[in-house]
Design a protein around this ligand. Structure first.
Ligand code: SF4
Length: 72
């Protein structure tokens, strides 16, 4: 099969970061308080009411972590 594809493998390369692999609250430096105007409530990763796509555990909308991503 590899030869038929000109030497390229049909298997996609492994990704360095998988969105399904969540970080712990400690590893993400999660805090239950906001950082100024930045909080989980305005982060693209928050899953209402108390979850996050990239950090494990109970997440407060008024919290914050170093993975914060501001919604457009
Ligand atoms: S700031 Fe964003 S990534 Fe971090 S815990 Fe809150 S919702 Fe998740």
């Amino acid at each position: 099969m590899t030869a038929a594809l000109g030497g390229f493998s049909a298997t996609p390369p492994a990704r360095a970061w998988e969105p399904s692999a969540k970080l712990s609250q400690i590893a993400s430096a999660y805090h239950t308080t906001s950082r100024g105007m930045f909080s989980c409530a305005v982060c693209t990763f928050l899953v209402q009411p108390h979850s996050c796509m990239v950090v494990n555990g109970d997440i407060s909308p008024s919290g914050w972590c170093k993975l914060f991503d501001l919604a457009d």
